[in-house]
Design a binder for this molecule. Structure first.
Ligand code: 9MR
Length: 374
C-alpha cells in the first residue's frame, strides 16, 4: 500500500511533529459526525453499506449502542452466530446472544450479516468426540437448517464457509485440512451452500477469506486458489452470491495493495459475485513510533488507500470493520501482540476506547464520499 520510502518519510515527519506529506480531511469534533455526517449516511449516498462486528455483551453498554446505531446500517456478530457459541451440547442451541443482536439490529433498521456456518475454528469441545464420517453431513445440514431457518428473511448475507483455503496443507485443490474436510470430503462446501439456499433463499451466500489481496507471493497464491475455488463452485451451479474479503491488514509492515486487490475484486465480479469487505481493521504493531497520534495518522492513511481501491469497483457493496471501538478489538489478544507490545494497546478502528472518532473514521468517511455511485 505504501512504499518503503514513503513510509519512512511519513514516520520521520511524524517524529518531527510536522504535518504528514498527504493531509487527511479536517477532523471536526464529535457533534459533527451524526445524521447526514455519519458513516452510514455517507456510505448510503454511494449505494454502500457501512457496518461493524459486535459482541452481544457490548449491547448492554449505552455508549456503545449509541455510537453503533448512529453510525452503522449493517452489523455482524463477532462470535454469537458461530458453531461453538451456538451449540453448548450436540442436542441444544443457545440463541440468546444471537437473538439479542438480531433484535437490536431490527429495532434500529440495520441489516445483518450472518457469520458463519462452516469454519475450522470455534467448534465446540464436544465436536471432536461426536462428529464422525457417518453423521457429519447430518450435523452440518441440521445446523444450517436450524440457524438459517431461525433468522430466515432477516439476514442480508451469510458467511456460509469461512477460510477454507490453506495452501500450506499441500493439497492440489488448496483446501484446508479441516475437520469438515476430513469428515465429509471437499463436497462439504457444496452441501453447505445448497442447504443454506434452501433454508434462507433471500440471504446472499458468501465465501469469506483472509490473506488474499496484497502483492506478496503468499497472498497472490492464495488469491489464485480462492478464485479457482469460487470458479469451480460456480461451474457446478452451487448457489454462491458474494466474496467476503476479511481485510485484516497491517500498517507499517510494508504490505502493498493495489493490483492484487483490483485483480481479486475483478475476478469475483467476473464470476457474477458481489464483494463485501467483511472484517476490516489495521494492526499497528509494526509502526515504530508509539505516539497515538502518529500511529493514528498512519492507520488512517491505510484505511483511506485501501478503501479507495475497494470502492473503485461497483461490485463492492459493503464494508464492515471488525469491531466498533479500540476498547474491544480482538487484536489486543493475539499472540504476536501480547508477546511484542503488551503495554501498547492497538488502535485499529474508527472509534477509540473512549468512543471518540479516530482519524480512521474520517479517512473511511472520506473514502465513502469519493466512491463512485453504485
Ligand atoms: O474476533 C473473534 C475473536 O473474538 C474470537 O476469539 C476468534 C476465535 O478464533 O475469532 C475472531 O474472529 C475471527 C473471525 O470469526 C474470522 N476471521 C478472523 C477473525 C479474527 O480472528
Amino acid at each position: 500500500m505504501i512504499t518503503r520510502r514513503e513510509y519512512l518519510k511519513r514516520s520521520s515527519l511524524a517524529a518531527c511533529g510536522l504535518a504528514l506529506a498527504r493531509t487527511l480531511p479536517a477532523e471536526p469534533g464529535n457533534s459533527h459526525i451524526e445524521g447526514r455526517d455519519s458513516l452510514k449516511a455517507r456510505a448510503h449516498n454511494r449505494g454502500l453499506l457501512a457496518g461493524c462486528a459486535v459482541n452481544a455483551a457490548n449491547l448492554r453498554e449505552d455508549a456503545f449502542t449509541k455510537v453503533l446505531a448512529a453510525q452503522y446500517n449493517l452489523v455482524v456478530a463477532e462470535n454469537a452466530m458461530k458453531f461453538g457459541p451456538l451449540r453448548p451440547t450436540p442436542d441444544t442451541f443457545n440463541f440468546a446472544d444471537a437473538d439479542a443482536l438480531v433484535a437490536f439490529a431490527q429495532h434500529h433498521k440495520m441489516k445483518i450479516r450472518g457469520h458463519n456456518f462452516v469454519w475450522h475454528e470455534q467448534l465446540p469441545a464436544w465436536f471432536a468426540g461426536t462428529a464422525t464420517k457417518e453423521n457429519a453431513k447430518k450435523i452440518l445440514t441440521d445446523h444450517i437448517h436450524t440457524v438459517a431457518g431461525r433468522y430466515k428473511g432477516k439476514i442480508h448475507s451469510w458467511d456460509v464457509v469461512n477460510e477454507a483455503i490453506n495452501i500450506s496443507d499441500g493439497r492440489p485443490d488448496s483446501l484446508r485440512k479441516s475437520s469438515w474436510l476430513e469428515l465429509i470430503g471437499p463436497e462439504y462446501l457444496e452441501l453447505a451452500y445448497r442447504t443454506a439456499r434452501q433454508a434462507d433463499p433471500k440471504a446472499k451466500l458468501t465465501y469469506n477469506e483472509y490473506g488474499i489481496e496484497d502483492q506478496s507471493e503468499s497472498d497472490s497464491a492464495k488469491r489464485a486458489a480462492t478464485l479457482a475455488l469460487l470458479k469451480r463452485l460456480k461451474a457446478a451451479n452451487v448457489p454462491l452470491d458474494a466474496l467476503g474479503i476479511q481485510s485484516h491488514i497491517k500498517a507499517g509492515a510494508l504490505q502493498t495493495f493495489g493490483n492484487g486487490l483490483r485483480e481479486l475484486i475483478a475476478g469475483a465480479q467476473s464470476l457474477g459475485l458481489e464483494v463485501y469487505f467483511t472484517e476490516l481493521d489495521v494492526n499497528d504493531d509494526a509502526i515504530p513510533d508509539s505516539a497515538p497520534a502518529a500511529r493514528d495518522r498512519i492507520v488512517a492513511d491505510v484505511y483511506h488507500d485501501y478503501l479507495a481501491i475497494a470502492f473503485e469497483s461497483t461490485a463492492t457493496k459493503a464494508v464492515l470493520t471488525w469491531g466498533l471501538t479500540d476498547a474491544h478489538t480482538w487484536l489486543n489478544g493475539i499472540k504476536s501482540h501480547r508477546e511484542k507490545l503488551p503495554n501498547r494497546p492497538q488502535r485499529p478502528l474508527p472509534f477509540d476506547a473512549d468512543y471518540k472518532p479516530t482519524p480512521a473514521f474520517f479517512a473511511m468517511r472520506d473514502a465513502f464520499d469519493k466512491a463512485p455511485h453504485r
